[in-house]
Design a protein around this ligand. Structure first.
Ligand SMILES: Nc1nc2c(ncn2[C@@H]2O[C@H](COP(=O)(O)OP(=O)(O)OP(=O)(O)O)[C@@H](O)[C@H]2O)c(=O)[nH]1
Ligand SMILES: [Mg+2]
Ligand SMILES: [Zn+2]
Length: 368
C-alpha cells in the first residue's frame, strides 16, 4: 500500500504535478511486490544519506542512498526538494518522482551541482549596495529560466541606500519582464509583497551572494528567528557565509521555502535555453541574419549589426549575451568531458566490484 496523504503532503509543497504521478508509482510498486511505501520530501542531503520530512512512524529521518543511485550522473540522484518513495518496512529509497524543475550549477571545481528540485519560484536576492550587479543577475536569471522556474528579483537593503531609483531604472531596462521588488528584508510590511508566491503547494528557493539577506527574508516571512543571520563586512558589503547548509522551511502562507548558503560565483553550463529566453530579443535578431552561422561582425545582411547601428540594440547587451554564450558553451563542453571520464571510471569500479562479489558470493548493492 502506498501512503500519500494529500493534507500532510500539501504542507510540504505537494501539488497536482505530483498527484498525476501516483498511478504510475502504484503500478511500479505492485510490480516490485512492495508491501508498503510512503511518499516523502527530501529536506536535506548529507554524506550518509537523505533527510526526509518526518511523517509516519516507521520512518526515521535519515534514509540511506544505496549504490544504485550513484550509477547515473549527478542529476539522477535525489536532491533537496525532491519527492521520493520510501519503503516503509526497510526504510530504503525506492523511487524518485519526476521533477517539475531542477536548479543546477557548475561548481568552482567544474562539477555539476544540484541546488534544488521542484522549485516553483526562485527569489534571486541582491542588495542595494556593492553587491548590486546586473551582470550577476543575468547569470542567476539564465540558470533559473533554464530550470523552468519563475524568477523574482528581490533587492534588499533599500532602506540603507540612496540609489534605489537608479537601480530600479537599470532593472526596468534590462529585465522588463521579470518582477522585482525593492525592500527592507527586516520589515514584515515590505516583505509581504512576496506573499502571492508563498501559497499552499508552492516551493520557493532563495539564491544570491552571502550577506544579501536571504535568511533574513526567511525569518521575516515566517515571523520567527528560524535562521541565523549575521552582519556583513562594512568595507566591501561582503557577507560572512553565515548559512552553511540548505534547509527547507514551512511558511505560514502554506508554501515551503529553501534557504541556501551564499554563492561565490555562478558559472554557466547547460543553461543554453535559459540564456536564449533571457536574451530573446538578441536571439530574434540573430535569427534574421542572412547567414545561419553569422558571427555578427562584418558579414553582409547581419540583423544584429543593423540593430546596433539603428540604436535598437544596446552594445553592452550584445556583449553580455556573447560573453555568457561563450562561457556556457565552454563549460558545457568540459562538463561533457568530465562526465565521460566519470562514466569510464564508474564502469571500471563496477566491474571490479562484480569480480570481487563473484569471488565472495556476496550480492549486496554497492555502497557509495
Ligand atoms: N537594514 C537592512 N539590513 C538587512 C536587510 N537585509 C538583510 N539585512 C542584514 O544583513 C545582514 C546579512 O543578512 P543575512 O540574512 O544573514 O544574509 P544571507 O543572505 O542569509 O547571508 P549568507 O547566509 O551568508 O548567505 C544581517 O545583519 C541582516 O540583518 C535589509 O533589507 N535592510
Ligand atoms: Mg543566510
Ligand atoms: Zn548577424
Amino acid at each position: 500500500m502506498l501512503v500519500a496523504e494529500p493534507q500532510v503532503l500539501q504542507t510540504l509543497g505537494w501539488n497536482e504535478y505530483f498527484v498525476a504521478q501516483l498511478p504510475m508509482i502504484k503500478e511500479t510498486l505492485a510490480q516490485g511486490g512492495s508491501t508498503g511505501a510512503q511518499i516523502a520530501r527530501v529536506t536535506g542531503v548529507e554524506r550518509t544519506g537523505l533527510s526526509i520530512a518526518p511523517q509516519g512512524e516507521l520512518l526515521s529521518n535519515q534514509v540511506p542512498i544505496s549504490g544504485r543511485w550513484f550509477r547515473g550522473d549527478e542529476s539522477t540522484r535525489p536532491t533537496i526538494g525532491d519527492w521520493v518513495v520510501v519503503d516503509t518496512e526497510t526504510g530504503s529509497l525506492v523511487q524518485m518522482l519526476e521533477r517539475r524543475s531542477l536548479i543546477q550549477r557548475i561548481n568552482p571545481l567544474g562539477a555539476l551541482q544540484l541546488i534544488a528540485a521542484n522549485v516553483d519560484t526562485a527569489l534571486i536576492v541582491s542588495s542595494c549596495n556593492a553587491d548590486f550587479s546586473p551582470e550577476r543577475l543575468e547569470r542567476y536569471l539564465s540558470v533559473v529560466m533554464e530550470a523552468g522556474v519563475s524568477p523574482v528579483l528581490v533587492l534588499t537593503k533599500a532602506d540603507l541606500s540612496g540609489a534605489v531609483s537608479e537601480y530600479k531604472a537599470v532593472l526596468n531596462e534590462r529585465f522588463p519582464d521579470v518582477p522585482h521588488f525593492f525592500l527592507n528584508a527586516l520589515d514584515p510590511a515590505d516583505v509581504s509583497v512576496l506573499e502571492p508566491w508563498c501559497g499552499t503547494g508552492q516551493t520557493l528557493a532563495l539564491l544570491g551572494s552571502s550577506g544579501v539577506g536571504k535568511s533574513t527574508l526567511v525569518n521575516t516571512l515566517i515571523g520567527d528567528e528560524v535562521q541565523l543571520t549575521a552582519a556583513i563586512r562594512e568595507e566591501d558589503a561582503k557577507g560572512r557565509h553565515t548559512t552553511t547548509s540548505r534547509t527547507l522551511h514551512r511558511l505560514p502562507q502554506g508554501g515551503v521555502i529553501l534557504d541556501s548558503p551564499g554563492m561565490r560565483e555562478l558559472q554557466l553550463a547547460e543553461a543554453e535555453e535559459g540564456l536564449d529566453q533571457l536574451f530573446a530579443d538578441v536571439e530574434g535578431l540573430a535569427a534574421a541574419c542572412r547567414f545561419n552561422d553569422c558571427r555578427h561582425g562584418s558579414e553582409p545582411g547581419c540583423a544584429v549589426v543593423a540593430a546596433l547601428n539603428s540604436g535598437e540594440l544596446d552594445a553592452s547587451r550584445l556583449q553580455s549575451y556573447q560573453a555568457l554564450k561563450e562561457e556556457e558553451a565552454r563549460n558545457r563542453e568540459s562538463l561533457a568531458q568530465r562526465r565521460s571520464r566519470d562514466r569510464a571510471f564508474g564502469k571500471k569500479v563496477r566491474s571490479a566490484v562484480k569480480d570481487k562479489k563473484n569471488q565472495s558470493g556476496i550480492d549486496d548493492d554497492l555502497e557509495p
